[in-house]
Design a protein around this ligand. Structure first.
Ligand SMILES: C[S@@+](CC[C@H](N)C(=O)[O-])C[C@H]1O[C@@H](n2cnc3c(N)ncnc32)[C@H](O)[C@@H]1O
Length: 193
């Protein structure tokens, strides 16, 4: 067992702390649906997950992954939205209280690498989600910066989050600094209560 949690377990740990049973969670980049399924289990039968992706392939893969968990009826608590995450507020109820949101930046593994998240839409989505975040709620971004566009997005995102006033949020960067090949790292934003 490792003492320092890896990036994916630490992402889930943060979401587990922030998202209660019956809560509202957002998967901003549904992809193959791993995080959507994780969030759907976390919120339980009485909770809600809204998941976004701009690609049909991702929406279908996520629906298939939800359907595969037949006994849990996960689909009933998940709304899949084919739209950019920057439009998140158009797809949530009025005055929503989001407990947790997750982004996996970059492109869909095994798919068209030219379709990636972009700095401007990612930052707009974070701004909108932050405006709906419950006190103690968290936005977790897993930043993949091995590819050229990823480096540009990383720099823009880091600039943006480091500028969030400390009275409003705790901002965390969690990364292993001695690993080769630009491993992914986490940016987490917790709304202060
Ligand atoms: C790294 S993948 C996500 C992996 C996913 N979390 C999983 O569990 O498989 C990134 C996804 O973000 C999607 N994406 C890119 N730009 C987007 C946008 N503006 N809004 C929503 N999704 C977007 C891509 O289509 C891709 O499926």
């Amino acid at each position: 067992m490792k003492t320092l949690a890896g990036v994916l377990p630490f992402t889930r740990h943060l979401l587990e702390k922030a998202v209660p049973e019956g809560g509202l969670a957002v998967d901003a980049t549904a992809g193959n649906g791993h995080d959507t399924v994780f969030l759907a289990k976390l919120v339980g039968e009485s909770g809600t997950v809204v998941s976004f992706d701009i690609q049909d392939a991702a929406i279908h893969a996520t629906q298939a992954r939800l359907d595969a968990a037949t006994k849990l009826n996960l689909s009933e608590r998940v709304t899949l939205v084919k739209d950019s995450h920057e439009n998140v507020l158009e797809h949530l109820d009025e005055d929503p209280l989001v407990h947790g949101a997750v982004f996996n930046l970059g492109y869909l593994p095994g798919s068209d690498k030219s379709v990636t998240t972009t700095p401007s839409s990612t930052i707009r989505a974070v701004e909108h989600l932050f405006s709906t975040l419950a006190p103690g709620g968290v936005i977790v971004l897993v930043v993949y910066h091995g590819h050229e566009k990823g480096k540009v997005e990383r720099d823009a995102l880091i600039d943006f989050v480091r500028g969030i006033p400390q009275e409003e949020a705790h901002v965390l960067e969690y990364r292993f600094t001695n690993q080769r090949n630009n491993p992914p790292f986490i940016v987490a934003i917790e709304r202060r209560g």
